[in-house]
Design a protein around this ligand. Structure first.
Ligand SMILES: [Zn+2]
Length: 76
């Protein structure tokens, strides 16, 4: 969640980054627009989750997310 240019973790409220474009910390951002078949039809949700909250959240999954080790760094 960004408030006055400062990025906060939606889960624990910790500050992730102080200024726009200088996001040196890694975090998970998601944005979801719920569709017709959802009870949340017509609403959008976004959140930013810090790395430690993300780890905790993932550990609750019955099937853990796939982890792929990157061996190549792509230039862009
Ligand atoms: Zn957090």
């Amino acid at each position: 969640m960004r408030k006055a240019g400062v990025l906060y973790c939606n889960c624990c409220g910790k500050m992730i980054s102080e200024s726009c474009g200088a996001d040196r910390e890694e975090f998970f951002h998601f944005e979801k627009t719920w569709g017709y078949f959802s009870e949340k039809d017509g609403t959008s949700q976004t959140a930013d989750i810090c790395e430690s909250c993300f780890e905790q959240w993932m550990s609750q999954f019955r099937i853990p997310p796939q982890t792929v080790e990157r061996t190549e760094i792509f230039e862009c």
